[in-house]
Design a protein around this ligand. Structure first.
Ligand code: SF4
Length: 919
């Protein structure tokens, strides 16, 4: 019998367009297949440096994003009460006219009354430029509730961070340890990297209370108790110091371990001993010399007139029996013997399996090194360690562990991606000076080097609505977005007029205390006016937040727009190459929507903002594509580094090139500039790398620096808390500043532990199949995670007599939920957890009212307060890290008990009626 002929590769398209994925933040290259002008198929771009053709489930499901029924179709003006979903469609002229009517007079009278905050977008170099020229100090993106502890902990310690700013040396590392990494983050790059490690037989260890995703494929799992990672890390450092297994040569040459710390009492105690030019001093060959002088061989063990080195302070602290594994094992939830074994494994791989590359290089002192020595141990970390009130110090501790092993920027270790490394001094300090009708006095966000850089008014009160860079959280480098609505509602530190949000679902999964936030958004004053008078929101989809806004500026999907993944922002660099990329409209929108960035540029021109209009007041840019091509942040340096100059040959520097975007499109929507040979390791100190970075415009001058085991900026804040210096904290803040701003990494119990009647830790994480909250309207991805049970470890499961199909009442000091449970054995025994942002409110996201997301799906957010309980000190501290203001989502403590199965997960909120605003 004849076999049927099956065409296994049918022609799926009549055209392929290459752009950049946005279904998560990895920014893989994609080939978008079009048939009759519609997206028919998405595949990975094999030539793209990020994914080399690999595509994940999210990326392939982008088709269902560009066709989602929940897409907004036109600008909207609210015509019913907030939350009613009653809107009327208006033209773009009307919408922009309303925005200008609100924002124009505000700029002339009190620009701080505009609070402009953005979510998981990737255009922060534009949005911050706009906000700066508008003149409000109240701008930030979502980093404060995401992972600022990772970013700031990294920048203040080693001048770069985990996440997209560096990566393990996948080709050489032999031992890879993940701390607190959920599988939504660094998706394809980590999966591909893990694949390479497994091929080579390298060992992978996961440290996480939950064994899912990457932790599930690790060779070994440490189910640490939430919030105790820092203690585990410092115990490892204790063991390494005890065994003498630290890289003394690396510590001496490239870190501030040999710097002398002043011991004399007074305003400079604990700061570095410096010469008349301000250069930090070390002892070398018995002489006191500047740390960077040619030929200096810094002495780690020296003292000078009673001043001891950082190394001696460090050894004294971490050799203390307080950090012995036997002392901390119970609190960490891991047996002492396993901690000691892990430390021994780190030492064995770092020192007994060291690697050496025959590559000569010259350091910043002028010393020539014949080879590059590698310690093939690498780490990666993410929100699991950072979303705690001790997360900044924990991130610092992890970087310290890397540094004592000599494994940052060495072969086999952790490698930075350009434009990193960049120490705090190479970043701006924050700015907050408001002058009505004028731009702000500088960039909003930055890295304070001391109390002089705090954003305070003349009375010492916070200058920003989110209280970023105040005594409550001095190093809040990404702002404190989770406090914006609560502070604006309370008028603390002042009232605002307009809240302008982009792509941030603050009325649902992006806020703590969700039901209270909804009340704050709808609350009215005695005069019957909304307490937060005006809300402008831009989103592509009918999300929960849409229902609470007064004016909606509908965004496009990611396949219908221009975007710029820029070196000025969050590029797609690799350790061996600086890289950036674009998105461009591979399909045109079929409704009356506009890319938010183009709208912002239009608004900037209509408001006459500097940077958006010529001296004569004419718009400088037609749209975002025009801005990407022609904007120059510094002469010759613009959003894209490739194909610059009249001939298109300029790299990093060069005049704007009108053909630049087409050149990117022709090149697969990306560009790479390779790090020259010999410049690819030791970047902070390698003369060849520093010179190359200047050449392509990453820096304006070489900026070698030492890793900061001991943070002098933090010591300056501690000195202020001790009563020294002009700028003094309020009395109530002194005690916690003294602890939290310790210049050497420490561990203190997360503030959530105060809820001692609530014995169980409760966590959330995003799944591998979803990143943005929009994942659960995606027809394909919903089939993977249609609802989210609460996962319960065996001990709690048994104690409560749970069985499959049961429900539980989960209570925190802030509220109660009733939700379905599921058993999970590979889980820390004091911890429950669930997937975040799967649960949706009825009537949103184009879902049916009886969709599982809205009936069985739920949020833990209802249980989390944005404020800590009263402590009797007259303050209501935010539920944040006291150093950076990072939202302490993972400090949550709960009680759990079996409950009658309700008809739907509790609490149930009335359905929102957004049907009328969708396509
Ligand atoms: S990893 Fe992220 S960027 Fe890459 S294909 Fe998947 S969703 Fe897209």
């Amino acid at each position: 019998m004849a076999q049927p002929q099956i065409d296994t590769s049918p022609k799926v398209s009549d055209e392929v367009r290459q752009t950049t994925c946005y279904m998560c933040a990895c920014r893989c290259g994609i080939n978008v297949h079009l048939k009759s002008g519609k997206v028919s198929y998405i595949e990975g771009n094999r030539a793209h440096p990020v994914n080399k053709g690999v595509l994940c489930a999210k990326g392939a499901s982008g088709i269902r994003q560009v066709n989602a029924p929940s897409r907004l179709r036109a600008p909207l003006r609210r015509v019913g009460p907030r939350g009613s979903g009653a809107f009327e469609e208006i033209s773009w002229e009307e919408a922009l006219g309303i925005a200008v009517e609100w924002l124009g007079p505000l700029r002339e009278t009190g620009p701080q009354k505009l609070a402009f905050f953005t979510g998981r977008d990737q255009s922060q170099s534009l949005t911050s430029f706009w906000a700066q020229n508008y003149g409000t100090p109240n701008y930030a993106a979502h980093g404060g509730f995401c992972s600022v502890n990772m970013a700031a902990g990294g920048i203040y310690t080693v001048g770069g961070a985990f996440w997209e700013f560096g990566q393990p040396d996948w080709e050489r590392t032999k031992l890879f340890i993940l701390f607190g990494v959920a599988e939504d983050h660094d998706s394809n790059p980590i999966k591909m990297g893990l694949g390479r490690l497994k091929e080579r037989g390298a060992r992978v260890i996961g440290v996480n209370p939950i064994r899912s995703g990457y932790n599930a494929v690790a060779d070994e799992w440490f189910g640490v108790t939430p919030g105790a990672d820092g203690l585990l890390i410092l115990a490892l450092i204790h063991c390494l110091l005890e065994a003498g297994k630290v890289d003394l040569d690396y510590l001496s040459r490239f870190t501030n371990a040999p710097l002398l710390v002043r011991s004399d009492e007074g305003a400079e105690k604990g700061l570095f001993l410096r010469d008349a030019d301000g250069k930090a001093l070390v002892m070398s060959g018995g002489a006191l010399v500047p740390f960077d002088a040619p030929g200096v061989k810094p002495d780690l063990g020296a003292t000078y007139e009673g001043h001891r080195t950082v190394f001696q302070h460090m050894a004294e602290r971490y050799l203390s029996p307080d950090y012995a594994p036997e002392k901390i094992a119970e609190r960490v939830g891991i047996e002492a013997a396993r901690i000691r074994e892990l430390a021994a494994e780190l030492a064995r791989v770092a020192f007994d399996e060291a690697i050496e590359i025959a590559q000569e290089w010259t350091d910043f002192r002028g010393d020539k090194h014949p080879t590059m020595i590698g310690r093939p141990v690498s780490f990666h970390a993410m929100r699991g360690i950072s979303a705690h009130s001790n997360g900044f110090q924990t991130a610092r501790a992890l970087h310290l562990l890397q540094v004592v092993l000599g494994t940052v920027e060495t072969p086999g270790g952790y490698r930075f991606k350009p434009p990193y490394p960049k120490p705090p001094e190479a970043h701006p300090a924050p700015h907050c000076k408001v002058t009505p009708g004028k731009p702000l006095d500088g960039p909003h966000l930055g890295y304070p080097r001391g109390p002089e850089h705090l954003c305070l008014d003349a009375q010492g009160n916070p200058a920003r609505i989110d209280k970023a860079f105040s005594w409550e959280n001095p190093l809040s480098a990404h702002g404190v977005m989770h406090m914006v609505i609560a502070n604006a509602h309370a008028g603390d530190p002042y009232k605002i007029d307009t809240l302008f949000l982009y792509m941030a679902n603050m009325a649902w999964n992006s806020s703590m205390n969700t039901s209270h936030v909804m009340e704050m958004l709808t609350d009215k004053d005695e005069a019957g006016e909304y307490v937060i008078p005006r809300i402008i929101y831009s989103d592509a989809y009918a999300s929960e937040m849409v229902a609470y806004a007064d004016l909606i500026l509908p965004d496009t999907t990611y396949l219908e727009r221009h975007d710029c993944i820029s070196l000025l922002d969050r590029p797609i660099s690799e350790p061996d190459a600086a890289g950036d990329s674009i998105r461009w409209p591979v399909v045109e929108p079929d409704r009356d929507v506009r890319g938010f960035q183009s709208v912002l540029i239009d608004l900037g021109a209509r408001l006459g903002l500097p940077g958006f209009v010529s001296p004569e007041g004419a718009p400088l840019y037609k749209d975002y594509a025009d801005y990407i091509t022609n904007h120059q942040r510094r002469p010759g340096v613009g959003p894209l580094m490739g194909f610059r100059g009249a001939d298109g040959e300029g790299v990093g520097r060069g005049a704007p090139n009108p053909d630049q975007l087409q050149r990117y499109i022709d090149n697969g929507a990306f560009y790479q500039a390779h790090v020259p040979e010999g410049a690819d390791f030791y970047k902070p100190w390698n003369k060849a790398y520093q010179d190359w970075a200047v050449k392509i415009g990453l820096y304006d001058a070489p900026q070698p620096y030492l890793f900061s085991i001991y943070s002098e900026p933090m010591r300056k804040f501690q000195l202020a808390a001790e009563g020294f210096g002009e700028r003094q904290p309020p009395e109530v803040a002194r005690a916690r500043l003294k602890i939290a701003m310790d210049p050497l990494p420490i561990w203190y119990a997360p503030f959530g532990d105060d809820a001692s009647d609530y014995p169980v830790h409760a966590l959330t994480q995003r799944p591998m199949a979803m990143y943005h909250s929009w994942g659960n309207q995606n027809a394909w991805l919903r089939q993977i995670h249609g609802y989210n049970p609460l996962y319960v470890p065996t001990k709690i499961w048994t104690e409560n007599g749970f069985a499959e199909g049961d429900w539980a009442r989960v209570t925190s000091p802030n509220g109660e939920i009733v939700v379905p449970v599921a058993h999970m054995a590979a889980l820390n025994e004091h911890t429950v957890w669930t997937w975040n942002a799967i649960g949706k409110r009825k009537g949103t996201w184009g879902l049916d009212p009886d969709a599982p997301e809205a009936t069985k799906g739920f949020l833990l957010n209802h249980l989390i307060s944005e404020l800590l309980p009263e402590k009797g000190d007259g303050m209501r501290w935010s539920n944040s890290d006291p150093v950076t203001g990072q939202a302490a989502w993972f400090d949550l403590r709960v009680k759990i008990e079996k409950a009658e199965a309700p008809a739907e997960a509790q609490p149930v909120f009335p359905a929102l009626n957004l049907k009328g605003v969708q396509v």
